[in-house]
Design a protein around this ligand. Structure first.
Ligand SMILES: NC(=O)c1ccc[n+]([C@@H]2O[C@H](COP(=O)([O-])OP(=O)(O)OC[C@H]3O[C@@H](n4cnc5c(N)ncnc54)[C@H](OP(=O)(O)O)[C@@H]3O)[C@@H](O)[C@H]2O)c1
Length: 251
């Protein structure tokens, strides 16, 4: 039975790719988008099922609008929009590069915002829909080393929280995902230890198990995320003291 249509940005690799496979297996039609066509084509061949590749750079608003309109024309309605595309830019913020900052913000934050208007308007008109933001606990609170990546993910979680409240009146469900360390091309470059590293298949399985639930925040693995959440609730004075004591300063 066809369960509806999902659009996943950044669906050619990592978490997006595994989510596409999982959703396809469970009866959804899935659109995957990203900049590298070859990665998308590879995923679209999965199990000869219904995964449709669309080449798209989310930082290009004109391109996004063109693709979003094309999708609506062909498929009529997007039941679930998964905003997952991002690039990684950790490190110190002491010598911030405006050029690099623009690139990261253009993809991780503006790129997400670019995908919203056409799809949200379509969902509002039908008084139904579902949007899933893939953010990161790197944006929970200011953290040495989380860099511009953390800055954009903090903004993304704020955006998700706000839209959750604002879109409820249109029967549009909003959820945010905060994964710990997941083994994907994004983290394959990391040279530091990644506690409780999880496979992208397992991450997709957990996300998939929660998309039909009422939880707003999907976070895992709990063993890493619960302490991170608890620390993020602390008053500034204690928070800064603990972070300075336990986190190595970059640079
Ligand atoms: N892996 C982790 O430990 C971890 C932890 C917390 C949160 N996350 C979040 O999980 C999401 C997925 O990341 P991942 O770990 O699966 O890494 P990934 O494999 O590198 O996936 C990122 C995807 O985003 C796409 N992308 C990047 N820039 C784009 C652009 N300008 N336009 C369109 N697509 C673009 C990439 O495809 P192209 O390069 O082909 O465009 C790629 O498929 C990200 O939002 C990430 O921040 C990951």
């Amino acid at each position: 039975m066809n369960k509806g249509l999902v659009w996943i940005t950044g669906g050619g690799t990592g978490i997006g790719k595994e989510l596409a496979k999982k959703l396809c297996d469970s009866g959804y039609d899935v659109i995957i988008s990203g900049r590298r066509k070859e990665k998308l084509i590879e995923v679209s061949k999965y199990n000869n099922k219904k995964i449709f590749p669309f080449r798209l750079d989310v930082s290009n608003l004109k391109e996004v609008n063109k693709v979003a309109n094309k999708i609506i024309k062909r498929f009529k309605f997007v039941d679930l929009l998964i905003l997952n595309a991002a690039i990684y830019s950790p490190g110190s913020l002491q010598e911030i590069s405006p050029t690099n900052a623009k690139k990261v913000i253009d993809i991780n934050l503006t790129g997400v915002i670019n995908c919203l208007p056409i799809i949200v308007n379509m969902m509002k008109k039908k008084n139904k829909g579902h949007i899933l933001f893939v953010s990161s606990p790197a944006g929970y609170r200011g953290m040495p080393g989380a860099g511009l990546y953390g800055v954009t993910k903090s903004g993304l979680t704020f955006l998700a929280e706000t839209l959750k409240i604002e879109l409820e009146q249109y029967n549009i469900k909003v959820q945010v995902v905060h994964p710990g360390f997941i083994k994907t091309p994004m983290t394959d470059k990391n040279t530091f230890p990644m506690p409780f590293l999880m496979s992208s298949e397992k991450a997709a399985k957990i996300i998939f198990s929660k998309i039909n639930s009422d939880v707003f925040e999907i976070y895992f693995p709990k063993i890493l995320l619960i302490p991170m959440k608890l620390i993020s609730f602390l008053p500034y004075k204690i928070y800064f003291f603990l972070i300075k004591k336990f986190i190595k300063l970059p640079g």
